[in-house]
Ligand binder design. Structure first.
Ligand code: UGA
Length: 438
């Protein structure tokens, strides 16, 4: 009989996982405590922007393989239960808030059938899985717990879930591994690397991967600072070092740095956990990674002041981009919005455009102005900031929009625009890590 699967927590991770697992032919029930979210999902609507997800979700619901509920008892027939709830940063510390993970385990434990498997997917401090397993065995010794970290990127969530570049499973016995192999059979058949690990290693793979990615970005942003000081060009430098396959050219895009719901909080939680383990020194460098990242935001504001004036009062700044990255409407810890808010606090009038993220941005930053039209956003601007590299911004014709602004100066905070084209159209062009050409 085909496996029945429950997914607890239907945010980015859970909703995507539920739809993708259903598309493999399994019967899936998604459960969340948020009735509004569940109501939307049950209608085949995704409460956030993620390319391809809505189509997949809707087709799996109509195929009868996927359903949603706020009632936890709906999970009782499942053979595998995935925990996909969030682990945000705690308000008063660097550590992760584990309340949702703990609550999910406590909700599943008494309901799970004997012989079933609970699988954690949330990003958690190392040691969590072992702790939860112990807690589970006290309540329901006939159920096991494994950890299976997720590496999906927002904007590519469906692709990354259906065709992951590796599958990592933290297990304590062969039976748990076999059950997960049954679920992921199509990936295994397609040759996806399968890594069996113990529980702590599986948890660590996830935070180590995100720490490495954050380090790569901060490394290139540190090089951008040096390029600025020495008159070099970080985009050329990145391209040149990237040809060395040991370095690789991905994730070396210098600019205003990383944001989102994962990298910033994951490196902080990792440092906090290392401290608890007495291994604080090993991750000291992540503090520097975090500082370089936040400094990139401050450096853009310095550029704004340099190109306008120390006094930003009465200036209109047009911001292109609010999401923490393109192809997403996620504004959690968005560098673009952080910069916009700081400039606004310094007295400027800031108008922000984004093709997808305005609704979310408005909720978090009600004091900023937003506009759905690029032209209206640029209208009368003293300066334009390009802060999220959506494709539509690369397609702007700089000569066409020059007449809209008061002063044709653009700062490319993502090093993604065609500098020559903007300069040829008569714009003053500024970027992080590149010497000024005009
Ligand atoms: C990240 C990881 O890439 C995923 O593998 C992981 O599964 C996910 O976190 C998670 O933990 O759930 P995501 O948050 O979607 O995925 O975003 P990334 O694509 O990693 O981008 C993070 C930030 O870095 C963005 O703000 C992006 O603009 C910035 N970035 C990325 C750069 O500034 N430069 C680059 O070269 C690349």
């Amino acid at each position: 009989m085909t496996l029945r699967v429950s997914v607890i927590g239907t945010g980015y991770l859970g909703a995507t996982h539920a739809a993708c697992i259903a598309s493999l032919g399994f019967q899936v029930i998604g459960v969340d405590v948020d009735p509004a979210k569940i109501e939307l999902l049950a209608k085949g609507k995704v409460p956030f922007y993620e390319p391809d997800l809505e189509d997949l979700l809707a087709s799996e619901i109509s195929a009868g393989r996927l359903s949603f509920s706020t009632d936890f008892s709906a999970i009782k027939d499942a053979d595998i239960h995935f925990i996909c709830v969030g682990t945000p940063q705690q308000a008063n510390s660097l550590a992760a808030d584990m309340r949702f993970v703990n609550a999910a385990l406590d909700a599943i434990a008494p309901l799970a059938k004997p012989g079933t498997l609970i699988v954690g997917k949330s990003t958690v401090p190392v040691g969590t899985a072992a702790r939860l397993r112990e807690r589970l065995l006290k309540v329901n010794p006939a159920v096991d717990l494994a950890w299976n970290p997720e590496f999906l990127r927002e904007g590519f969530a469906v692709e990354d879930t259906l065709r992951p570049n590796r599958l990592v499973v933290g297990v304590t016995n062969d039976a748990a591994e076999s059950k997960l192999k049954e679920l992921y059979k199509s990936n295994l058949d397609a040759g996806t690397p399968w890594i069996r690990a113990d529980l702590p290693t599986a948890e660590l793979v996830k935070v180590a991967a995100n720490s490495f990615l954050a380090t790569k970005i901060s490394f290139i942003n540190a090089m951008a600072e040096i390029c600025e000081a020495a008159g070099g060009d970080v985009t050329v430098l990145a391209k040149a070092i990237g040809y060395d396959p040991r370095i690789g050219n991905r994730f070396l895009q210098a600019g205003i740095g990383f944001g989102g719901g994962c990298l910033p909080k994951d490196i902080r939680a990792f440092m906090a956990r290392a401290g608890e383990l007495g291994a604080e020194q090993a991750l000291e460098f992540l503090r520097e990674i975090d500082s370089i990242n936040l400094r990139a935001r401050a450096r853009v504001i310095e550029l704004v002041r340099k190109d306008l004036s120390e006094d930003l009062r009465g200036k209109k700044i047009a911001v292109l981009g609010a999401a923490f990255k393109p192809d997403s409407d996620d504004v959690r810890d968005s560098p673009a919005l952080d910069i916009s808010a700081q400039i606004q606090a310094a007295g400027a009038t800031v108008v922000v455009h984004d093709p997808k993220a305005i609704a979310n941005a408005e909720k978090r930053f009600p004091a900023l102005s937003f506009n759905q039209s690029i032209d209206a956003t640029l209208d009368g601007a003293d300066l334009v900031l390009h802060l999220t590299e959506w494709k539509i911004y690369r397609e702007i014709d700089p000569s066409k929009v020059k007449g809209l602004v008061k002063n044709p100066t653009i700062i490319d905070g993502r090093n993604a625009l065609d500098r020559d084209k903007w300069i040829a159209a008569g714009w003053k062009f500024r970027a992080l890590g590149r010497a000024d050409l005009n």
